[in-house]
Design a binder for this molecule. Structure first.
Ligand SMILES: *Cc1c(COP(=O)(O)O)cnc(C)c1O
Length: 376
């Protein structure tokens, strides 16, 4: 058997043993108290991570299913303003184009969003705004709270993809006024891929379309989840729900504030390494935008080839990510989502430092040492 690789990419991430074991059992009836209890455990912990009292449902499907559910249920034929500064912002825009009258508010990938343009769109009657809170493709954290304020002022619905922030970074769905928030199982929750978790505010429920999609009809999920036992409208991916329950119990045991602090510290350690190496972090931040706390994007120095560098890292047992689309070959990304601690971070940085040297880049200083200083 091939040796297991350590996934230090921005999802999927390593799955704790307890979570893996939770899936290895005989099938259970999804219309049973057993399943209902697992679903209830998930929702309890997820509401804490979202910081919300809103309804919250779990859909069998990857994060993108949650994105599509959000748009399709409340945006049909409406004016949608889509904030885009990376790959996933672009995806929300593409989904929006299928259902409503979407306008792209575009910034260069990894640069600040154009909030002036957003204000204009809102003044011109945009009814829905879409945002990626943590733009994974570029490792930039967007100003969700500020955007929530603008949406509230103009009475627009605020749809936020928190797929790589919820469960690993500070997110305040109710305080920020997020009407629909989305996350996925394989990122900060360190569960297997395949589930999307979606919260829906009372304001969003008031505005649901009369013509929702069938499988992704959020009202149907709400109805099934409000009975005893809690259920889903159609057969869910039961083993994934059992795994997510275990992953949520781990979050609860660690405590959300501690979990967030750990993620922030790991990201700071990677940032310190990049700086010590003399490399540039890819995002261009300002007062409102910040570096991500769950993934770090670093620019390649001239002459270092992406395939070669990440190939060396992989040979030693670790997968880090490259850039997507036009950023391929320009950046590499190190994720720190889920259960990642100093051991994984320092191993990743040591191997990356070695690979950078092998590829001909004379690192300026000891990135591993700089990261270790941050960690302990
Ligand atoms: C991973 C990711 C997604 C897509 O999720 P899938 O599970 O691949 O469908 C969407 N948004 C962001 C910000 C992501 O990081």
């Amino acid at each position: 058997m091939e040796k297991e690789l350590l996934l230090m990419m921005p999802g999927p991430v390593p799955i704790p043993e307890r979570v893996r074991f939770a899936m290895s059992r005989q099938a259970i009836n999804h219309r049973s108290a057993d399943f209902g209890a697992a679903y209830a455990d998930c929702v309890r912990v997820l509401k804490t991570c979202f910081a919300t009292k809103n309804d919250l449902v779990v859909i069998s499907g990857s994060g993108t299913a949650g994105m599509e559910a959000a748009i399709a249920n409340v945006s049909r034929d409406k004016k949608i303003a889509c904030l885009v500064n990376g790959k996933f912002g672009e995806r929300l825009y593409k989904i929006s184009q299928r259902y409503g009258k979407a306008t792209e508010i575009k910034s260069e990938w990894g640069t600040p969003l154009n909030l002036e343009k957003l204000k204009e769109e809102l003044e011109n009657g945009a009814e829905v705004v879409t945002l990626i809170h943590n733009e994974t493709s570029c490792a930039i954290k967007n100003p969700a709270e500020e955007i929530g304020r603008l949406c509230k002022k103009h009475d627009a619905l605020f749809l936020m993809d928190g797929i790589t922030s919820i469960g690993g970074d500070t997110v305040e769905v109710d305080k920020w006024g997020v009407d629909i928030a989305i996350t996925g199982s394989q990122k900060c929750f360190a569960a297997p891929a395949g589930l999307a978790m979606v919260s829906v505010s009372p304001k969003a429920w008031e505005r649901v379309t009369k013509n929702p999609p069938y499988y992704l009809d959020l009202a149907a999920y709400k109805k099934s989840a409000s009975g005893t036992p809690m259920e889903t409208p159609y057969t869910p991916a039961v083993p994934l729900f059992l795994a997510l329950r275990e992953a949520c119990l781990i979050v609860e045991e660690e405590g959300l504030p501690a979990r967030i602090a750990r993620h922030q510290k790991m990201a700071k350690a990677v940032q310190a390494a990049a700086q010590a190496w003399g490399l540039t972090l890819f995002p261009k931040i300002d007062k409102l935008h910040n570096y991500s706390s769950t993934v770090t994007a670093i620019e390649y120095p001239a002459g270092v080839k992406d395939d070669e560098m990440r190939g060396i890292v992989k040979k030693m047992g670790i997968i880090i990510a490259g850039g997507q689309d036009h950023l391929k070959g320009k950046i590499f990304r190190i994720g720190n989502m889920g259960s990642v601690g100093p051991l994984e971070i320092l191993a990743t940085l040591a191997i990356t430092q070695h690979a950078l040297k092998k590829c001909g880049y004379a690192v300026k200083g000891d990135g591993v040492g700089a990261a270790a200083e941050v960690l302990g």
